[in-house]
Design a protein around this ligand. Sequence first.
Ligand code: CA
Length: 243
Amino acid sequence: MGRLLVQSSSILLISAIGVSTFQLASGLVAPRTTLYDRENSGGMTLTLTDYSFNLGTQHNYNDRARSVCAVGIWIYYDDTSYSKDGRGGIHYVNNPNSETYCINLGDGVKGKVTSVKYGGHSSGLSVSTFTLFEYDWFQGASEEKITVDKSRLTTRNVSHKSLIITGPSSWTVYEGYDYTLASKCLSVSGRSVLLTDISSVGIRHNSLRSVRKGCTTKSDETIYLDSSPITGNKFLVNSTVTF
Ligand SMILES: [Ca+2]
């Protein structure tokens, strides 16, 4: 383990603060991903450190990725603009380590990836963030990502069905603006939480209006959220499914 750390870009961090705990070092590694147009990390590559709403127009890499390697949380979408209609194939990687984690993409996005984004903060998963997404499975052209209290969630993002929490902080969510009305404490263990559908833990879709960092105030209910798996995917077998 120590040899791997010395060889990685974490060497400056470790020497600077004299700490060798793997978890701390890894949490401060900025997100990055490499896409490959063949399975098992083969073929032509594209490396990203930021969102891309359209891999075709931005990187000439539309519908090509068949496998990926990633550090941090990354979400790969079949559709443009992070699945703007909320109905496309999705695959995510949730890798808290500083070493890359590599997978072959699932059928819903294999050879189809058109947009990509990372979850959490650009500095790494140790930064506390709270992000709401328009649709389930982190889909939608809009998202609301906060690192501090927000007394009024942005109006156009009132639609929300999924969320990602990174870092050590728990959060209290309210159904009213200015931290009023019904509240729930979303308690985390320090590992990232990717909730593909907030209704799975009893939060109604589109019900949140304000969010406060921590759970110091008395909330109506505490929800203990488990850390999420290192990868997951959702795909629609038939894109003509009606709702
Ligand atoms: Ca596509």
